[in-house]
Design a protein around this ligand. Structure first.
Ligand code: B12
Ligand code: SF4
Length: 490
């Protein structure tokens, strides 16, 4: 069967996994990529996004390929754009369209009703997409897939998630890498699926608690991971390995087995996400020794009550400051995420977050206004406390946001914008003046800077000092794809 995926924003591991499985079984698979320039998670400049839009090129290419099935992996932020593309396709083609990914998984009843969507995949798609393709779209009783047939919706049962991750084939990135050099720089790796935590703002709890009814954290064997990386090193020669697991250093025994093998056979700097609870001197030392050059961790807020009651995140400020101290000691670039406009968060709390950062400055901070994702626990909390109306929740479920992706959330206040600007400006202020800048509230006198511009400023500044792999990816993507767009190459 001829299947074409449309990837939006960044190269997608979800699509790569499904592409690999289908290709291995002999299907004719293709990926079309829309980089969503100037309207992605990094930049939000509407007139440039229109000017450099890939939408028409994507539609034209799909119509030329004329596949048997069009498939998209759709997160909430890109849902409305995905629908816009499909609307254009449907004007000239009857090819069935399949949506999978976190958004249809979170709100299947809404997505399947959409007139431009013919099928959805709820939950993992590794097994179901293959069954669908093998049946030549004839079967309508495939688990995880919901179909529309003769005006009726067929909702099939949900299959348990893949238990043995080692049984899945190593991902084949050829389709993305052939787009050009921008993505060759780094290699994306997953050693696990799922997360044992349950933060209220995270879509993970939709998948695990609400869909599968239990936590299903699964991890690959160290041997399988090293084998994949040996192959990747030989085939793609990446400059960095980006471990995209929700949380990497979660099992110290696994890490202790992985570290010496990684150092011996792979030896390429790597990036990973960690949780503050996994921060201790031994772990950071092992990570650094084995080649971890950069990690990202969510601090979110420094008020314990907001953290535990509203965010359902249970950790201590000591763990946060330890992360900063230990990463500095072991020379690991530490990128920290924070959230503003959490329901009930006061101006004093946001000021104290800024002060905490002035006293415990990591390598880089990313600060977002809270963005509510469909069916997450924090939506219920905000509704019960009167911060969200039923109408707001309807918009959230339909993927409509009032602020651009770069900024995060639905709302922001003048004060939270000041704090966001101040956090980004901290990157430019010499260490000895940071605390004074916050304590004397000089930041209140500085005009608000638009999120993407402020973040870019901080990034350029941090990158100039070295140690930030992100700059290379980011600049390469924009450089390469603006040129491609000018020459109408896709
Ligand atoms: C890795 C990752 C990224 C990477 C992507 C790198 C890459 N090359 O893939 C980066 C760092 C770029 C990223 C960025 C962002 N991310 Co992100 N990211 C993830 C993460 C951790 C893993 C996704 C993944 O690839 N998993 C591995 C694959 C194999 O699993 P999967 O995606 O679940 O796919 C399976 C099924 O969903 C299904 N499926 C998926 N797509 C499709 C399509 C079809 C047709 C079918 C049949 C099935 C199917 O089958 C797959 C295999 O079983 C998820 C959290 C998570 N654990 O899922 C968040 C997540 C997807 N990200 C999220 C967000 C919010 C973002 C950002 C907006 C953050 C920000 N503010 O900047 C940006 C936007 C990205 C962009 N496109 O511009 C949210 C989305 C929430 C939502 N409701 O939409 C998630 C769910 C995090 C969370 N826990 O809330 N992200
Ligand atoms: S630790 Fe991270 S991935 Fe896990 S539930 Fe919390 S926010 Fe989501």
């Amino acid at each position: 069967m001829k299947i074409t995926f449309i990837a939006l924003g960044s190269p997608s591991h979800s699509i790569t996994s499904l592409y690999t499985i289908l290709k291995k079984k002999g299907h004719d698979v293709d990926i079309i990529y829309d980089p969503m320039l100037f309207s992605d998670a990094d930049l939000d400049i509407p007139f440039l996004s229109k000017l450099f839009s890939f939408k028409k090129l994507v539609v034209k290419k799909i119509l030329n390929i004329n596949p048997d099935l069009i498939a998209l992996s759709v997160s909430t932020d890109f849902y409305t754009y995905a629908v816009e593309i499909c609307k254009e396709i449907k004007k000239k083609s009857n090819t069935p369209i399949l949506f999978g990914g976190i958004h249809p998984t979170s709100v299947p009843d809404i997505v399947i009703q959409n007139e431009y969507v013919d099928m959805i995949c709820v939950g993992e798609g590794d097994i179901s997409i293959l069954k669908l393709a093998n049946s030549n779209l004839k079967k309508t009783n495939i688990k995880n897939i919901w179909f529309k047939k003769n005006g009726k919706i067929i909702k099939n049962k949900i299959e348990p998630p893949v238990h043995n991750l080692d049984s899945l084939p190593f991902p084949n990135f050829d389709a993305f890498y052939k787009l050009g050099n921008a993505f060759r720089f780094g290699y994306d790796l997953f050693t696990a699926r799922g997360c044992p935590y349950n933060c209220s703002y995270c879509s993970n709890n939709v998948i695990w608690d609400k869909l599968y009814g239990a936590k299903k954290y699964r991890r690959r064997s160290v041997e399988s991971v090293i084998e994949e990386l040996k192959r990747a090193k030989k085939k793609y020669n990446p400059k960095i390995i980006r471990i995209q697991d929700d949380l990497f250093a979660i099992d110290k025994n696994w890490l202790k087995k992985f570290a010496p093998l990684y150092k011996k056979y792979i030896g390429i700097p790597y990036f990973c996400f960690i949780h503050p609870n996994t921060v201790d001197e031994e772990t950071i030392k092992i990570l650094s020794w084995s080649g971890c050059s950069e990690m990202e961790v969510g601090f979110q807020t420094v008020y314990p009550k907001t953290r535990s009651v509203v965010l359902n995140r249970h950790t201590s400020n000591k763990k946060l400051s330890d992360a900063v101290r230990l990463c500095r000691k072991y020379n690991v670039f530490l990128s920290v995420d924070a959230i503003l406009n959490i329901p009930g968060q006061t101006n004093k709390e946001m000021h104290d977050l800024l002060l905490f950062f002035a006293q415990n400055f990591p390598s880089r901070i990313n600060v977002f206004f809270l963005r509510y994702y469909p069916k997450t626990g924090i939506v219920d909390y905000a509704k019960n406390k009167g911060y969200l109306t039923t109408q707001d929740i309807k918009k959230i479920d339909e993927g409509e946001h009032t602020l651009g992706l770069t900024q995060g959330g639905q709302t922001s206040t003048k004060f939270s914008r000041k704090i966001q600007t101040a956090i980004y400006l901290l990157h430019l202020i010499p260490k000895k003046h940071r605390i004074m800048f916050v304590k004397k509230k000089y930041y209140l006198k500085i005009p608000i800077i638009k999120t993407d511009i402020a973040r870019m400023l901080s990034r350029v500044f941090v990158s100039a000092k070295g140690g930030d792999y992100y700059k290379i990816l980011y600049f390469r993507k924009y450089l390469q794809f603006t040129i491609r767009r000018i020459f109408r190459k896709i």
